[in-house]
Ligand binder design. Structure first.
Ligand code: 5AD
Ligand code: SF4
Length: 451
């Protein structure tokens, strides 16, 4: 047994989890990742159930893998992530050839599950929620580009928005201890990482120490991390407006290396729909927080998630969402058609929106957001931006690629020695998916570049 193949769906936290799976199995069983599933001895599917058809996608994928096992019965097939958490034993009933079922909180137990499966020659299912254990037992490592890394600091969600499966699949809110995170980020920086993104389903609900507001909260954690020499940029995602308090808003003004970009999902611009979604805030409260963020950090860019066609959404409700988009001037965002999820309260809402209406609203909304993102990209042309050089460009490996503070890709000519540095770059063109830049100064600059 030597080759491992992992297919992952869904959010950044899942990508992070997939890397962790590869890490633990490399250490425990000497498995190495391969690109071709036909060559793998262990095949893992890391699933996501946030939106519809997740289960169907899983079984279709497993169907593709089944012949590998028929040919070589010793092949091990595992399913992890949120669909595994949601379906548990049921998953094996529909796909009996699956050997391992593990949830987002039990991936660190993979080596034991694999051993048990091989020794006992029977399938293993472990979808418990032992949060503490997972974080204590997982090694961290830089992202693929070496200059950036994700660090999960919080998991789970207590908000129970009526459309969302996350509280059911990832469990209750849980935060890691601050000293562990600080230690880990230090190690990453020593390995050459310049930018760290803190991850959590509700990352701004982070309460690392006593659980009291203001004591070991996300503002404290950011401040603490910002003091690590060599760390050039910090981000965090994803946030709930309800947890964006005064301290965190102030942190955006005070912490220089905190990127002036915030993903703050609003979902809808209609108070009536927000109430039905159980989002626990109004449009006015959301706008008020944005205004205060902008007062603290005038160059901050805001992005959001939107759901169109939530049950009961009228033309007027949707118009309110479009009006909010114009008011805020959102940056590149994510938008989805509402889909029913198992065990969620919104299932009981009867006034569903027809699919064709959802399609039309989604197209309108995405066109508006894309228009705003293009406008912003064009406005960047001629300005100087602090760009973190992350590696050679994918299209032309003789060139460099990097990221602006608000996460736009910039390609430019330059020396490979600059990888990992923050440079002052003049934006010379806005292309559909990236920016073109020219390095203005090849000495490192700070993020708060005077433009
Ligand atoms: N239908 C559509 N979109 C959803 N999201 C979560 N649940 C659903 C659902 N049932 C979206 C929300 C959330 C993002 C991660 O996924 O916009 O912020
Ligand atoms: Fe889901 Fe709402 Fe929690 Fe976000 S805040 S994970 S949308 S329940």
């Amino acid at each position: 047994m030597q080759n491992l193949y992992i297919k992952t769906y869904g959010c950044q936290m899942n990508e992070y989890d997939a890397e962790r799976m590869a890490d633990v199995l490399a250490v425990s069983h000497g498995l190495r990742l391969v690109d071709d599933p036909a060559l793998a001895d262990v095949l893992l599917l890391n699933t996501c159930s946030i939106r519809e058809k997740a289960e169907d996608k899983v079984f279709t994928q497993l169907g593709f893998w089944r012949p590998f096992k028929e040919k070589r019965p010793e092949v091990v097939i595992g399913v992890g992530g949120c669909v595994a958490s949601q379906e548990g034993e049921r998953l094996r009933r529909r796909a009996p050839y699956v050997d391992l079922v593990f949830g987002p909180q039990t991936l660190h137990r993979l080596p034991d599950l694999l051993d048990a499966c091989l020794a006992e020659r029977r399938p293993q299912v472990d979808i418990a929620f032992p949060m503490l254990e997972k974080f204590d037992r997982l090694p961290q490592r830089p992202g693929r580009d070496g200059a950036t890394a994700f660090v999960t600091v919080q998991e789970g969600c207590d908000k129970f928005c009526t459309f969302c499966v996350v509280p059911h699949t990832r469990g209750r809110e849980y935060s890691r201890a601050m000293p562990d995170i600080v230690r880990e980020v230090r190690v990453l920086v020593n390995q050459g990482v310049s930018e760290v993104t803190l991850l959590g389903q509700n990352v701004n609900a982070y309460r690392g120490a006593t659980g009291l507001v203001g004591e070991g909260d996300l503002a404290d954690l950011l401040e603490r991390l910002a003091r690590i020499p060599g760390l050039l940029r910090l981000r965090y995602t994803t946030s709930h407006p309800g947890n964006l308090d005064e301290r965190l808003i102030a942190a955006h003004g005070n912490i220089e290396i905190l990127a002036p970009h915030l993903h703050l999902p609003v979902q809808s611009g209609s108070d009536r729909i927000l109430r039905r979604m159980h989002r626990k805030h109004t449009v006015e409260q959301y706008l008020d927080k944005i205004a205060r963020l902008r007062a603290a950090r005038p160059d901050i860019r805001i992005s959001s998630d939107f759901i169109v066609g939530f049950p009961g959404e009228t033309d007027a409700d949707f118009a309110a969402t479009m009006a909010l988009i114009d008011m805020v001037g959102f940056d590149q965002s994510f938008s989805f058609k509402y889909s029913q999820r198992p065990n969620t309260p919104a299932l009981r809402l009867k006034d569903g929106v027809p699919e064709a209406v959802k399609d039309a609203r989604l197209t309108m909304l995405q066109e508006r957001i894309n228009g705003l993102a293009r406008e912003y990209a064009r406005a960047l042309v001629g300005t100087r931006q602090a760009v973190l050089v992350t590696g050679p460009s994918r299209r032309d490996p003789r060139e460099l690629t990097g990221k602006t503070a608000c996460n736009r890709s910039v390609n430019m000519a330059g020396s490979m020695d600059w990888i990992g540095q923050m440079l002052e770059v003049e934006i010379v063109a806005a292309l559909p998916n990236s920016l073109r830049g020219r390095v203005a100064h090849s000495t490192a600059v700070s993020q708060r570049l005077a433009i």
